[in-house]
Structures are given as structure tokens and as C-alpha cells.
Design a protein around this ligand. Structure first.
Ligand code: ZN
Length: 220
């Protein structure tokens, strides 16, 4: 899942427009940004098998990012960091934490059983990846529903809908590009971890203009 994770960020922005969009966009993929870093440094491991349907990833070892306790830890840390460093309200901090945790719940839906309930414990995953067409439909459907909520919220605030639509089109384009890159058999390399981080940071960068206020009109 790539684009579908952003549905949580977009829905959160619709619920709480004061939350900085970039924090939600980074938050919904925080666990995967850490995963990219841990793959690049060899702390976590994954392999790729192009014969698999949907995602070609075999996520063999990722206790620090995708186990349930780790996901809770990242969520609490993100909420605390947002409150302390960005001085957001407690409501916004909790929302950012919830968006970080949404990543694990959405991964649970699509991953083949690889999400540890606790270190060394049973591995969970409802494996929607094994059914690529419904899986893509769920991702795009979630994004569409969140986008409708976001558009309605922006209208209430007197903001144009097109920047939101453009951002979502960008996410779908990134997803298509990621799907077109041919997978190779074997371990996921540090370079692949870094390119995953680059894609997530690109989405964060694309979200930055969304909070920019319209310049006040009138005489200089
Ligand atoms: Zn993930």
C-alpha cells in the first residue's frame, strides 16, 4: 500500500484543518520512512519475489518499524514530538499520533502475515496483496472518500479545491511509477530503502504549498 496510506492524512486534515498538512503526510508514512532507513542500514531485512501477486515484498524482519508495539511507539513519539517541537495543540498532536498508527492498521489489511503482534510473536496480515485488483480498488477508494471530505472542508474554509486535487493526482502518479519499476529477485538493497525514503519525502515536499495562505490583496 502506498497511496491508500495518504487517505488517513487527508481525512485527518478534513477533520482538523489547523493540523499542518506536512506533519500528516509525513506521519501516515513515518513507519515506512523508518523502514527505508532501517533497510538501508541493515537493521531490518526484506526480500523481493516478482512471482508474487500484488506487492513483491517478503518482509521477513521488521520488528522495529512494523510490529504492533513498535507502531504504537512511533505513534506516541510522533504525537509527543509534534507537541514539543511544533507547539501544536494537544488535539492536533493526538491526531498526528493517530495518523501515524493508521499506517499499521492499513498495512494489516494488505500485508501477507508479516506484522508481529509482539517481538517473536504471531505474525498478522489479511493479505489483500494477494488480490491486486481489489487491493488497488480499496486504496484508490479510500483516497477518493478522504478527498471528498477534504474538498468539502476546504470549501467551508473558502479554499480552492484544485490544489487538493492536484496533490492527490500526484500521489496516484507516484503509485503508478512505483508499480512500473520492475522488481528483481533477491534481498531488498540499501539503495531501494533510500529510494523509498525519497518517494515519501517527495510527497511531503508536494504537501508543503497546501497550507500556504493566500497573500493579502490590496495596496502594497
Ligand atoms: Zn508499512
Amino acid at each position: 500500500m502506498f497511496a491508500g496510506h495518504y487517505a488517513a492524512a487527508i481525512a485527518a486534515k478534513a477533520v482538523e484543518p489547523k493540523a499542518p498538512m506536512w506533519t500528516l503526510v509525513a506521519g501516515c508514512q513515518l513507519v515506512d520512512i523508518a523502514w527505508g532507513a532501517f533497510i538501508a542500514t541493515g537493521i531490518e531485512r526484506a526480500e523481493s519475489d516478482p512471482s508474487l501477486p500484488g506487492s513483491t515484498l517478503i518482509l521477513s524482519h521488521m520488528p522495529w518499524t512494523h510490529s504492533l508495539p513498535a507502531a504504537i511507539g512511533w505513534s506516541v513519539a510522533a504525537a509527543l514530538a509534534a507537541g514539543a517541537l511544533l507547539k501544536v495543540s494537544a488535539r492536533v498532536a493526538v491526531l498526528i499520533g493517530a495518523v501515524v498508527f493508521s499506517h499499521w492498521l492499513l498495512d494489516l489489511l494488505v500485508h501477507r502475515p508479516d506484522l508481529e503482534l509482539f517481538s517473536g510473536g504471531p505474525r498478522l496480515g489479511f493479505a489483500l496483496w494477494n488480490y491486486p485488483v481489489p487491493e488497488q480498488a480499496v486504496e484508490i477508494g479510500l483516497l477518493a472518500v478522504a478527498g471528498i471530505l477534504w474538498g468539502a472542508s476546504r470549501r467551508t474554509l473558502g479554499q480552492a479545491a484544485w490544489p487538493a486535487a492536484l496533490f492527490m493526482a500526484f500521489l496516484v502518479a507516484l503509485q503508478i511509477v512505483a508499480m512500473l519499476i520492475p522488481a528483481e529477485t533477491g534481498p531488498v538493497t540499501p539503495a531501494m530503502g533510500l529510494s523509498a525514503i525519497a518517494a515519501y519525502l517527495l510527497a511531503v515536499a508536494a504537501s508543503l504549498p497546501l497550507d500556504r495562505r493566500r497573500a493579502a490583496s490590496g495596496p502594497p
